[in-house]
Every structure is written in C-alpha cells, then in structure tokens.
Design a protein around this ligand. Structure first.
Ligand code: ATP
Ligand code: MG
Length: 403
C-alpha cells in the first residue's frame, strides 16, 4: 500500500501558500486493510477514511463513470488495482491533479506545474463536462487566485455544459456553498466574470447577470454600468475583509436596477423596493442562510437613505435606527454601514474618498444608546415606548459633528 498527498495541498505548496488541509490517496489497499490499521471510515459515496492520529483524509484511489445528471450522477469504482494516475485523471483542474509520494517526489501527469507557472486554470480531461460543480469550482478558483485565467478550451467546455443544460442540474445548496466560498475569496468579481463568460451566471443568478449593460444614474459615475459597479462594490468589501453577510449584501444591493424598464434609464426610481423583492426570491431559491438574507434585505432597502445621512431630519435618522433594529442588533447595523460604505466606494476614483455617513450613523446610534431607557421607562409607566422614542429624538437634535 502506498499513500500520496494530492490536490489542494500540493497546489498550495507549489504556489507558496499556506496549506489548509492535506488530502491523501491510498493505492493498493482494501477498506478492510484500512480499518485494521485503525483508519475510521467516513465516506458515504466512496471509501474515505480518517487517519487515527492526524485525522487527515485518506481516500482509496478510485475512478468515476457518469451514470446520471449532476454531481451525484456517478458510479464510483474503488479497488486496490486502481492506480494513482487513474485517480488523478478524474480530477477537475491540472493544478489540482498533482500528487507527492512519501519521498516527496512530484507526480504530475497533466502538467499542473507548468499551468501553475503560466497561471492557467485548465481542465484535466473531457470528463470535466460530467460534473457541473466544476464550473463553480473553476469560477471560485479564479476568485481565489486572481492572477490565473481560464484556458480557452476549458471555457469552451464550460459553455457547452451550459448550453447542454448540464449546469441546470446543480442543487441550490451546492450553488450557494460555492458562491459563498467565492465571495470569501480575494477577488469575488472574478468568480462572476468567469460565470458570465461561460453563460452560467444567466442560469444560476439571472438577477445579477441582468445588471450588466444597465446604466447607472448620472450622479453615480455613469462610466461604469450597474453590473461593473456591483463587482467593484463586492471587491471593495472583500479588500476590507468584511464578513460574508456584508459581501452578499454588497452583491445584492442593486438587484432592483435590473428590472427598471429601459425607457426610464438611467434613472431607477423605486429600485430599493424591487431589490428587496429580488433578494427574497434569490434567498429562497438558493436557500441562503438567514444572516446573509436579512442583512441584504436591510441594505437593499436602506442604502440610499444611509448615503443621504447628512441631509436627513433627526426623525428620519431615528426611524432608520428603529426599523433596522439597530438598538438590539448594533453589530448588524455596523455591518449594514460596511455594505453601504462598499457601495459608495465601488465607483472609479472613490476608493479613498471619505464616507461621512458611516461615522454619522455610528454617532447617532451611540447618542441614542446613551439615553437611559430604564430610568425613562420607570418615569413614564404606561407610555414607555413613546417616552424613549422622544428622548432619543431629543438626543439626535443636537447636530452631530464629525471629525
Ligand atoms: P480547497 O483548498 O478549497 O480545499 P481543494 O483543491 O483541496 O481546494 P477540495 O474540495 O478539498 O478542493 O477537493 C480536493 C481535490 O479533489 C481537488 O484538488 C480536486 O483534485 C478534487 N476534486 C474536488 N472536487 C472535485 C470535482 N467536483 N471534480 C473533480 N475533482 C474534484
Ligand atoms: Mg481541500
């Protein structure tokens, strides 16, 4: 029995990146032998084991044959006769299809090292087309390694997987899983660029795809269209290391602009309400977790109001704080501001401009939080809510000075 380190760990080490987790392939062993050695079986669909001490994954070498649609439509064949080379052949990209043996030798039958050096994401074999998850994975790797580009023959294959309808067999959970990983990568826009180039974005997230080519209002830097703007916004939020809910909100904040009738362009009157509806639809379709959905709904609804912070009446400021539940959820309110800040900066030349609404709303929230609600409630039994509201309003009436 021989074991090899494979996949991401080999790739990341060659890229000089920290190795997250190491996957191993075992050649020449049976499940029974693995169990005897103390490995714990964990695979449902194919034989994978956890090492008794390191808890790293050891998978028996296997081949796969397509037997249906989607990523579950595979017949897996694992046996001691399957070679390392056969196992590497079933992998998605050449940079992910390298192995290291126990002596540290690189085994690279598909020239993954050359593609790492040339910064190319290239499929290993035509079998790539059998699993639509691979489209998402390529797009996600593009977001994670922004200086890599997709080989033209791979893009061609991805296009054919879209036109054949294979991409429509992706399950929503898997789409969101890959989207969320891509959003948490270095440059999320690359994922959407790649999905757009192969036509998959129109199938998976048509609400976003539609924003490309839609003009922005004149006061919003009309030299970039709404889709490009949204990409800049998401990348900005990533560059700040913001959370997944913030990045998803950045992605979704302007979806309503995609349904403005073109006669009304470049204005988008009422797009906030339409964005809210579309966020609900997308969240339901892709089973998006509630923290991401809820923040995106708030950002879609309120980003325009937040941008106008300095022009708002104290009544309106308080209304925004109340309707966003800022007193009970101050961290979420800060995340809202982070998404709004990203929206503001996602325009050419705005990267370093001051964004006063951020500090303005934080100061407004702090003012209101300083109001002694317990004391006011005791003094105004039966009318507590209104009394607290009035006291907060009074607190907001002294002008807020920003540094
Ligand atoms: P990460 O650092 O994100 O874990 P990874 O390349 O290790 O990246 P994994 O999902 O851990 O990705 O998968 C491990 C390896 O298994 C990959 O490097 C690749 O060789 C192979 N692989 C994973 N998913 C697929 C797939 N859908 N199709 C083909 N090969 C795959
Ligand atoms: Mg991995």
């Amino acid at each position: 029995m021989r074991t090899y380190i494979v996949g991401g760990a080999v790739r990341d080490e060659l890229l000089g990146l920290p190795v997250q987790d190491r996957d191993h392939v075992v050649v020449g062993a049976t499940p029974e032998q693995m169990a005897e050695l103390g490995f714990r079986p964990v695979g449902k669909d194919f034989p994978v084991f956890l090492h008794p001490d390191s808890h790293e994954e050891y998978a028996l070498a296997r081949t796969e044959r397509k037997s249906g649609h989607g990523y579950k439509g595979f017949t897996v064949f694992a046996s001691p006769e399957v070679t390392l080379e056969e196992d590497l052949l079933r992998r998605d990209l050449t940079i992910n299809a390298m192995a290291r043996d126990e002596q540290g030798n690189l085994i690279d039958p598909h020239s993954g090292l050359a593609d790492i050096r040339a910064r190319i994401l290239r499929h290993v074999s035509p079998a790539f087309a059998e699993d639509p998850v691979r489209i998402l994975r390529v797009a996600r790797f593009a977001a994670r390694f922004p200086d890599f580009h997709v080989a033209s023959e791979t893009l061609e294959l991805m296009r054919s997987m879209v036109s054949s309808g294979e991409v429509d067999h992706l399950v929503p959970e898997r789409v969101w899983q890959e989207f969320s990983r891509g959003l948490m990568s270095l440059r999320p826009s690359r994922m959407f660029d790649v999905l757009r180039e192969c036509g998959a974005l129109a199938r998976l997230l048509p609400e976003l795809d539609r924003l490309f080519g839609v003009p922005q209002p004149p006061e919003h830097h009309p030299e970039v269209d709404t889709g490009v703007h949204v990409m800049l916004v998401v990348d900005w939020s990533a560059s700040k290391g913001y959370s997944l809910p913030v990045r998803f909100s950045a992605l979704a904040h302007d979806l309503g602009k995609g349904t403005t009738p073109s006669e009304l362009w470049p204005k988008h009157h009422g797009h906030e309400a339409r964005s809210v509806e579309l966020v609900k639809e997308v969240a339901q379709r892709l089973r998006i977790p509630s923290d991401c959905r809820d923040l995106a709904l708030l950002v879609a609804r309120y980003h325009g109001d937040i941008h106008r912070a300095l022009e708002l009446k104290p009544e309106t400021v308080l209304k925004i704080l109340e309707s966003t539940d800022a007193f009970r959820r101050p961290e979420r309110f800060t995340e809202m501001l982070e998404a709004c800040e990203s929206d503001f900066r996602g325009r050419p030349g705005y990267e370093n401009r001051p964004y006063p609404p951020f500090d303005f709303f934080l100061s407004a929230l702090a003012r209101c939080q300083a109001v002694d609600t317990a004391f006011i409630a005791v003094e105004n039994l039966g009318n507590e809510k209104n009394a607290v509201h009035q006291a907060r309003l009074t607190a907001l009436k002294t002008p807020i000075k920003l540094a």
